[in-house]
Design a protein. Structure first.
Length: 58
């Protein structure tokens, strides 16, 4: 015989796992320290500045 499953508990467990996965993704994207954000911003600005320095004027 097969095992009886409470569908409400299964649905709630699935929803909880989905929310946890979403929270983990958001924490990876937005949960960075101020120093990490500043470093990323400075690296991006430097790359843009270097790229602009290599452009030829028309």
């Amino acid at each position: 015989m097969s095992k009886v499953i409470n569908l409400n508990k299964a649905r709630k467990a699935r929803d909880k796992a989905d929310k946890r996965a979403t929270a983990d993704r958001n924490a990876a994207l937005h949960g960075r320290s101020k120093a990490d954000k500043a470093l990323d911003k400075s690296v991006t600005e430097r790359a843009e500045r270097d790229l602009d320095g290599h452009r030829r004027d028309e």
